[in-house]
Design a binder for this molecule. Structure first.
Ligand code: BMP
Length: 227
């Protein structure tokens, strides 16, 4: 999955996103937009980017790590669906009931929800690794909530290989794994530890050769899964 994250201060954000999609479309299954684009672009511009992704058969994911009260989540989900997103990333910290309501709302609109389980950054352990009441770690609770809610996928950082292995043994849905390249994670290690999809941004979009880098990564993934 291609993370459409432009470098800071780029003025031509829509053009950037569309160029990256057109360059890499043959080598990715989906694109992901984060606040880099969702904050500055208008709803019309975002819809146009999503239409381009769809024209290549790619899904588009809104990475807003949604984590609010039910009503606000649902209003956000409506806006995202209207802009053409196929799924949103949400934070199970909101609670089991709120996450379930969000998943049901999304499914009614033929859209999906991907739940954070363990993030990729070095401080992730401070939250996702917390032992609740000295016992169960937060990420296990988040995985339980994602499973209970019927979420369509979970996010586990490619930099967290032990956690990836543990989650892949228990999961009932695909694992999306960010943190490859710029954050130090490796393609083969992540796949072999249980990632089903890799989320990759800067290694591709800042490479100067997005098509080539995306193709190389795709080949490495194929080799790692034995295809
Ligand atoms: P990059 O490959 O350039 O590091 O980008 C990774 C993308 O995935 C960014 O959009 C980031 O916000 C997102 N992400 C992440 O890196 N780690 C997580 O745990 C969850 C994310 O959504």
């Amino acid at each position: 999955m291609l993370a459409l994250d432009p470098p800071a201060n780029r003025p031509d954000l829509q053009e950037f996103a569309e160029k990256m999609i057109s360059a890499a479309e043959q080598h990715v299954c989906a694109v992901k937009m984060n606040f880099h684009l969702i904050l500055p672009l208008s709803a019309t511009e975002i819809s146009q980017v999503n239409r381009l992704a769809h024209s290549f058969g790619l899904q588009s994911i809104a990475d807003i790590k949604l984590n609010d009260i039910e009503n606000t989540n649902e209003v956000a989900a409506d806006h995202l669906t209207r802009m053409g997103f196929d799924a949103a990333i949400a934070n199970p910290f909101m609670g089991k009931g709120a996450l379930s309501a969000l998943v049901q709302k999304a499914h009614k609109a033929d859209a999906g929800v991907i739940a954070l389980v363990y993030m990729s950054h070095p401080e992730a352990a401070e939250g996702y690794g917390l032992k609740v009441s000295g016992k169960k770690q937060m990420y296990k609770i988040f995985l339980d909530r994602a499973t209970y809610a019927g979420a369509d996928g979970v996010v586990v950082g490619a930099t967290q290989l032990d956690i990836l292995k543990k989650v892949s043994k228990k999961k009932k849905m695909p694992i999306y794994s960010p943190g490859i390249g710029a954050q130090g994670g490796g393609v083969e290690k992540a796949i072999k530890s249980g990632a089903d999809y890799l989320i990759i941004g800067r290694s591709i979009v800042e490479s100067g050769q997005p098509a080539k880098v995306a193709r190389d990564i795709q080949s490495r993934i194929s080799l790692a899964v034995g295809k």
